[in-house]
Design a protein around this ligand. Structure first.
Ligand code: CAA
Length: 240
């Protein structure tokens, strides 16, 4: 029977490419989204991938949503914690609200997404936890104290989960995308974006599909011995 994959933030940007790539590999895929009903409906119409709406920052909503996915699509074998937001500001201007919004979504959101699926993975002796971190969690970034803290935190999460899950057939790994051509990066002021591209030896932004292919590999049986790792996909912009 085909395995089931859950992709948070899976109807737009990198998440949409991941959902499509996993479907193409033959998995049953469910994608979550936070707010944009129209985009999600269009995504389902275009791809046939079921979408579910909940706020990853809320544990009870996440748990209830995951129970619904498991009842309707199947027990979740592969979880891709991809949902994330930015609230960029230089530190002297960053508000506590901007700090908490990003921590709640990007870091606590990973806990809220993985914790409810973990017992089932342990029971079935198979699981793939794939967390989408960021180059900015590895190197830090001007105006991203909040975001960089969450993305560095992701690396601690997967290294710890890897040790806990290894004997139960569960792997946990992170992917650190560099700057990828998505709405999030396009929202950066053009002048700043140009200066970022100038720092990428590949001379271009990455494509969402380049991250999706890393996820497809980590989701597969072939990756079983890769556990607690970080895959950097950044066009040689940064080596950790
Ligand atoms: N390094 C050094 N200095 C920088 C800088 C940088 N990367 N970016 C901006 N500055 C400087 C500016 O030159 C300016 O300096 P002056 O005051 O001397 O002119 C100052 O910082 C900007 O100060 P402002 O008060 O004008 O800043 P602001 O309140 O208007 O904020 C900003 C602007 C939010 C920082 C905006 O420039 C921005 O969005 N920068 C991009 C941040 C970024 O790279 N985010 C990554 C988003 S993509 C992503 O997160 C996906 C992923 O995982 C890779």
């Amino acid at each position: 029977m085909a395995r089931t994959a859950l992709v948070t933030g899976g109807s737009r940007g990198i998440g949409a490419a991941i959902s499509k790539a996993l479907k193409a590999e033959g998995y049953n895929v469910a994608a979550t989204y936070a707010g944009n009903d129209e985009a999600a409906a269009n995504f389902t119409a275009e791809t046939g991938i079921a979408t579910y709406k909940w706020n990853v920052a809320d544990y009870d909503e996440s748990k209830a949503g995951i129970e619904k996915v498991e009842a309707e699509v199947g027990p979740i074998d592969i979880v891709v914690a991809n949902a994330g937001i930015t609230k960029d500001a230089p530190f002297h201007k960053m508000t506590p609200e901007q700090w908490h919004q990003v921590i709640d979504t990007n870091l606590t959101g990973v806990f809220n997404t993985v914790h409810p699926v973990w017992p089932g993975m342990r029971e079935r002796k198979f699981g793939r936890v794939i967390v989408i971190s960021s180059i900015n969690g590895q190197k830090g970034q001007f105006a991203q104290v909040n975001y960089a803290a969450t993305k560095a935190g992701d690396l601690g999460i997967v290294k710890s989960l890897a040790q806990e899950g290894a004997r139960a057939g569960i792997t946990a790994n992170a992917i650190c995308p560099g700057y990828i051509a998505t709405e999030m990066v396009m929202a950066v002021p053009e002048k700043v974006r140009d200066s970022i591209v100038a720092q990428i030896p590949a001379g271009r932004l990455g494509e969402p599909e380049e991250i999706a292919r890393c996820v497809a590999f980590l989701a597969s049986d072939d990756s079983q011995f890769i556990n607690g790792s970080t895959i950097s996909a950044n066009g040689a912009q940064f080596f950790s």
